[in-house]
Design a protein around this ligand. Structure first.
Ligand code: IMP
Length: 427
């Protein structure tokens, strides 16, 4: 049975965790295919709240095998902390499989992420400072260390010494920082290796076998389409490919292995970090959305920038990911506005763009063209089917469907597991 990919279609934080939770019952394996602990999934299972950064959400379900694929970058200390904290709360992590081919985030990656951001000054990217970009850069430069290297101390030390030579020049001569010490990194990472050894395995082989045996596999994207390294709002992006196509390379499967692609979108739009955001709301509406939607980052605690639903970006994401359906989250947060704006096009120097602009200069300066829709103020958290929603909310969802030419399968109306309106489920 082909797999399902779950991707964010905006700038992240769309509520992918809740959707994974809704799908979990019918899922045998959950695979992370990119990113690292820059992500944060908040999931409430049986009333218990979990904030996961690296371990796939599948770990919370006894019948699921959680897999960290080769496309992920792994900070071993974070992974160990997360595993230990889960175990401490009675969650069995023994089924977790960590790909040996995944790259390691090293102490100098964290340091470089910090100093590079500082050096960019007001042009900084607003990264999560978790070392993600520098780790992927080393992977591409072929001087990265991989999880499998933790199991071979000789190789680890050789690779580390090659990498560190250049890093220390950078840290000391370019950034005026202290050099890092190979011996203390070895000591630290060898200890991590001992703890992680039981989890390291043939992740790709396991995913492929699961698909071949007809088991249901969910490819869980982190971050989102507009933060994609190739297709997002470069350079204000993350350093991996969250798009559905990224699941193939990052997990080791082919395009034919994925038949269902679920796009997750908030009913409005948020963004953390720097970068253009054409449908960003004025401060009063933004503040209202921040408070009503508790829009603070799971990983960094930063306040998110809030805005209106951007149909141009959503259409772009629908095509990039060949979405088969959309799940709209946090519809209840909009239950306070007399009227709602939807960005249906951009305008730049007198030209109108119904499609996503071909270059970032245009996107950076694009002005939103809004359509105003009637809002609603009544509480909708009790709604479970379309007819339970006020007609304005139904028409809002229909407008999203039309603008994206993609069916809306679910709309979430509250944080709880059952607070969801089921419209046209694909499963
Ligand atoms: P990095 O991934 O830490 O390098 O950060 C690059 C950009 O991606 C920054 O704008 C971050 O705020 C953003 N970003 C990274 N991970 C997430 C996420 O999980 N949710 C939302 N934004 C993210």
């Amino acid at each position: 049975m082909p797999g399902t990919a779950l991707v964010g279609i905006q700038w992240g934080d769309e509520g992918k965790g809740k959707v994974t939770d809704l799908l979990a019952e019918h899922t045998d394996m959950v695979v992370r295919y990119q990113g690292g602990n820059n992500a944060g999934h908040t999931i409430v299972v049986n009333g218990d709240k979990y904030a996961l950064h690296l371990v796939p959400t599948g770990v919370l379900y006894a019948h699921c095998t959680p897999v960290i694929g080769p496309g992920v970058v792994v900070d071993p200390s974070v992974l160990i902390d997360e595993v230990e904290s889960l175990e401490g709360r009675g969650v069995d992590t023994s089924k977790l499989v960590l790909s040996g081919n995944a790259h390691l985030i090293m102490p100098y990656h964290l340091e470089l992420d910090r100093v590079q951001e500082r050096r960019l000054g007001r042009n900084n990217l607003g990264t999560t400072k978790k070392g993600i970009g520098p780790a992927y850069a080393d992977k591409a430069s072929r001087i990265g260390l991989r999880v499998e290297d933790l199991l071979d101390r000789k190789i680890f030390s050789e690779k580390l010494r090659v990498a560190i030579k250049e890093k220390n020049l950078l840290l000391t001569r370019v950034y005026g920082r202290l050099p890092v010490d190979a011996a203390s990194i070895e000591q630290e990472y060898f200890a991590y290796g001992e703890k992680l050894a039981p989890y390291i395995g043939d992740a790709v082989g396991m995913v492929q076998r699961a698909l071949d045996q007809g088991r249901s596999v969910l490819f869980e994207g982190a971050q989102a389409t507009m933060l994609d390294l190739d297709h997002g709002t470069y350079p204000f992006v993350t350093s991996s490919n969250p798009v559905a196509g990224g699941a193939c390379a990052g997990a080791g499967v082919g395009p034919g292995d994925i038949s269902r692609v679920i796009g997750i979108s908030k009913a409005y739009c948020t963004r953390v970090g720097s970068g253009p955001f054409p449908s960003e709301a004025d401060p009063a509406d933004s503040e209202e959305l921040v408070e009503a939607g508790a829009e603070y980052g799971t990983t960094t605690g930063r306040k998110r920038r809030c805005g209106w639903f951007d149909a141009v970006a959503a259409r772009y994401a629908a095509r990039l990911n060949t979405l088969t359906e959309v799940v709209v989250t946090k519809l209840d947060v909009l239950s306070r506005f007399e009227s709602l704006k939807v960005c249906i096009a951009y305008e730049y120097e007198g030209d109108r763009f119904d499609r996503f602009p071909p270059n970032q200069t245009i996107f950076n300066r694009a002005r939103p063209v809004y359509e105003e829709l009637p809002g609603w103020t009544q509480e909708i958290s009790h709604a479970r089917k379309l007819d339970d929603l006020p007609k304005e909310a139904r028409s809002y969802l229909e407008t999203i469907e039309e603008l994206m030419t993609t069916p809306v399968s679910w709309a979430s109306v509250g944080p709880g597991r059952d607070e969801v309106v089921r419209i046209s489920e694909g499963d």
